[in-house]
Write a protein that binds this ligand. Structure first.
Ligand code: GL9
Length: 839
């Protein structure tokens, strides 16, 4: 083994500046970085200089663990999970890394001694918003759990130059601003300019028989770009494991420039360069509907090709040339269909580039991949028009045809004469315009398929993948989502963490089931009082933030009722607004009505092209404007829309919630993960029987959960009998008054047109059945208010909620994936006592 220590250096390093963790060493390393990396002396250093100096100090401690992990995996040829995802919504690194290193307090003290405030430095970090919402955030939680459970893993994705847009609110409307998150540099990544891989696009294929009589296909592309790797270490909680997140950036291939340059076409060469770099410029901000965007398909193929080429490269590093055991070294999880093109790409690499026979390659491919479905929304199912697909990936289209031909031959054997079934199962949709169905490609090419909550997995088998379920039921399973308690409790809610740890020790952070030990404390008045005081402190901090950020004063003693998530009709933010207007009406009708003071807090981004979602934001803000200015409601009702909801803001919001609003139409929210973050921070839930709500309610007990709304079956029946929303509206005087008030222009300065699309849609179509669930929601809310008046009862329910939420740790979810799908074992990482590296 070669040591990283240069010859002549002492090899016994006990407390060196790069790895030492005493306050004194941390302080010295920090000043050193300020000087030698930032090139600043303290008198002129900005907050950002300080933030970066600290980030580099922490990064050194990460690198020690990361390089030792990488080396151990290499030496032991460890079986490795590869998580392929177009999105990783990581959130800020610094605080999380300090928690996972166990250095939060030491660094806080080191900064204090330096005259700095750690919290202020933490606020400097621009969060990497490389995801839209739940799906991308799940990938980030899973990376945290994989490392914490000491599972060798690599996350592969795209290094978007611009992540999810920043949201500003102007005149109540959402305005999108480019997210220049890399503006001041990114200390958490290590660029690997030497690790570059070619990715081909377009052109044509030709075939021939080689001198050994083998049929071969050559793909002559129209364009080649290169992927450059950017590596970010992902550290586990209080373990030495740090895994790799490898994100790819697209660059022009230099030789292409030269070619054009030599023929005098300088501008052509530059254009080529720009076109190549565009591939990883920006994250598509669409929430669950992406259709026909060529650049999007390029992004998907680009990162999958880089990832698979990289895996083959790593595989060959261990000296093995023949790829017949590829699936033993790697297991690859497809995070939705975004990376589904990997199935065809691995076949291409094995068959065309490594000359493996088709049957063997197909065997390896199927044993390598597993597929997670994250949504049932029909408009979200990815399909690519055949001509677009074929012009960009001509070879892959041929491969998909061949996969499909062989697949349908097998189906034919099992279901002779059932042509309708063949048509339904085919990877190619032939009804009307022809498409490649990516979910079918993923399903055929995977050995395991899972949904993300029990209800969702059942519906998956009954609806979008029904025929696949009938064909291969053994492939299907459920893996209910989870969230990491490190970021979503320890980091974001230190008060609650301290209180819990005082009573049950600190084991729960890694074994969340241990929270159950809190159950007996639900009856302990002193504990309940401390519990409430933690919540109150969190609410005060959020109230302060709201005042600073949008200038609205809210009362921390009021019930904080919170709905934060992407804005979408199925998530029914507007149902909550109907409820708010109902309360407002009641207060206007009876100005002296005794009512629990309430603050409704909303947050979330709308896809820029989703008109209704943007109108819902305007609607929330317009209602907030009127209510917050109306002296009649005084301090009993407040409505707030928090701009730019993201991971950082989530960390402020979840700990401060009394009530978590999980009110999607049953059958539409695959799982939800915000619901788990709220409940783990002591909020009670008002929710429908949708997604993971079902399991949360089961876990915490029906008596500790505010349930309302139609079930999936009841909605099905309602629709079968012809759903007539206007009958619901006409049947409930209060609901009708609310809708009429909106139509009258009351919330739009007399403009009767502004919200017409919203209200008319509800009257006439109401696809997401708001009106059908309205009464039940309002009634349920009354129960919420009743219980809230009994603060002791509320605290008891809150404690029981947290005590019983252990199942929703992403550690549990990852353990299930490891056992049932990946068949992978933990690998212990031991740090050397005498040098940087294990030998
Ligand atoms: C989603 C589902 O809608 C959520 O219910 C689920 O919790 C997450 C993670 O499994 O996946 N699928 C999906 O496309 N999104 C989800 O949140 N959308 C975004 O991430 C914007």
């Amino acid at each position: 083994m070669t040591s990283l220590i240069p010859p002549g250096c002492p090899t016994v390093l006990t407390e060196d500046d790069r790895t030492g963790t005493s306050i004194e060493t941390l302080r010295r390393a920090f000043m050193d970085n300020l000087f030698f990396i930032q090139g600043r002396f303290p008198e002129v250093a900005t907050k950002n200089d300080y933030y970066l100096a600290l980030a580099y100090t922490v990064r050194d401690r990460l690198l020690l663990r990361w390089l030792n992990s990488a080396k151990t995996y290499r030496d032991q040829e460890s079986r490795t999970v590869c998580y392929l995802s177009a999105e990783f919504l990581l959130g800020p690194h610094l605080g999380n890394n300090l928690i996972n290193l166990g250095l939060y307090e030491a660094v806080e003290e080191a900064m204090r001694q330096t005259g700095l405030n750690l919290k202020e430095l933490l606020d400097q970090e621009e969060e990497p918003g490389l995801g839209n919402g739940g799906l991308g955030r799940l990938a980030a939680c899973y990376m945290d759990s994989l490392a914490t459970l000491e599972i060798p893993a690599i996350g592969y994705g795209i290094r978007y130059e611009y992540g999810i847009f920043d949201q500003e609110i102007r005149d109540g409307w959402q305005v999108e601003i480019t997210d220049k998150w890399l503006r001041y540099g990114n200390p958490w990544e290590i660029p690997r300019p030497e690790l570059i891989l070619p990715v081909k696009f377009g052109g044509h294929t030709y075939s021939y028989t080689d001198d050994q009589g083998r049929y071969r296909v050559i793909w002559e592309p129209h364009q080649v770009v290169q992927g450059v790797a950017y590596d970010t270490p992902i550290l586990g909680y209080k373990v030495n494991t740090a895994n790799l997140l490898r994100l790819w950036r697209a660059e022009a291939v230099e030789s292409f420039d030269f070619q054009a340059f030599n023929t005098g076409d300088y501008y052509g060469a530059v254009n080529q360069k720009i076109a190549s770099e565009n591939i990883t410029k920006v994250l598509y901000p669409n929430d669950e509907q992406l259709q026909g965007k060529e650049l999007r398909l390029m992004q998907e193929y680009f990162f999958c090709s880089c990832a698979l080429q990289d895996m083959i490269r790593l595989y060959k590093q261990s000296g093995k040339q023949d790829l017949s055991r590829f699936h033993e070294k790697f297991t690859v999880q497809l995070n939705d269909t975004h990376p589904a093109i990997s199935v065809a790409e691995l076949m291409r690499l094995l068959v065309d580039e490594h000359l493996m026979p088709w049957e063997q390659a197909w065997d390896i491919t199927r044993q390598t991949f597993a597929y997670t479905n994250h949504t049932l929304l029909p408009e979200a199912l990815e399909k690519w028009p055949l001509d677009l697909f074929g012009s960009l990936l001509p070879r892959h289209l041929q491969i998909i045809y061949e996969i499909n031909r062989r697949f349908l031959d097998e189906v034919r054997l099992q279901y002779p004469g059932d042509n309708d079934r063949l048509r339904r199962l085919s990877i190619i949709d032939e009804s009307g315009c022809r498409y490649v169905r990516m979910a079918h490609l993923a399903a055929v090419g995977s050995h395991a398929i899972n949904g993300v909550a029990v209800l969702h997995s059942e519906l998956l088998k009954q609806t979008v993948l029904r025929d696949f379920y009938e064909l291969t039921p053994e492939k299907f399973s459920n893996k209910t989502n989870g969230v990491t308690p490190r970021r979503w409790m320890v980091l974001s809610n230190p008060g609650l963490t301290r209180l819990i740890t005082e009573r049950i020790g600190e084991d729960w952070v890694k074994h969340l089931d241990q929270l159950r030990q809190l159950e007996p404390l639900a009856a302990d008045a002193e504990f309940a009082a401390q519990w409430r005081s933690v919540k109150h402190g969190n609410k005060e901090r959020l109230a302060q933030y709201i005042r600073d950020r949008i200038g609205v004063t809210v009362d921390p003693h009021s019930l904080f009722s919170i709905l934060v998530k992407r804005i979408h009709e199925y998530k029914r933010q507007h149902l909550c607004v109907l409820k708010v207007i109902t309360l407002y009406q009641m207060l206007r009708d009876q100005p002296h009505l005794e009512m629990v003071p309430q603050t409704f807090i909303f947050g979330g981004k709308a896809a820029p092209g989703y008109y209704m979602a943007k109108l819902i934001i305007k609607f929330i803000n317009s209602v907030a404007d009127v209510i917050n200015r109306d002296p009649v409601v005084r301090d009993r009702l407040r409505v707030v829309f928090l701009p730019n909801y993201n991971v950082t803001l989530g960390q402020r919001v979840y700990p401060a919630a009394d009530l978590s609003q999980q009110i999607s139409t049953a059958g539409y929210e695959a799982s939800g993960t915000g619901n788990m973050k709220f409940a783990l921070n002591g909020a009670l839930t008002i929710g429908t029987l949708d997604g993971a709500n079902v399991e949360i309610r089961e876990a915490v007990g029906a008596e500790n959960f505010f349930l309302f709304g139609h079930t999936v079956e009841q909605l099905q029946e309602l629709r079968c009998n012809g759903y007539r929303p206007w009958e619901f509206a006409n049947g409930h005087p209060m609901l009708k008054r609310v809708l009429d008030l909106i139509s009258s222009g009351y919330f739009s300065h007399g403009d009767t047109e502004l919200f017409r699309p919203l209200v008319e849609h509800l009257w006439q179509d109401d696809r997401y059945c708001l009106l059908a669930d309205y009464q039940s929601y309002v009634d349920c809310y009354q129960r919420v208010l009743q219980v809230y008046q009994d603060q002791a009862q509320w605290a008891k329910m809150s404690i029981l909620n947290v005590a019983r939420m252990g199942k929703f740790s992403s550690d549990r979810a990852i353990r299930e994936y490891c056992q049932d799908i990946w068949h992978v074992q933990p690998v212990k990482i031991v740090l050397p006592a005498t040098a940087y590296m294990t030998s």
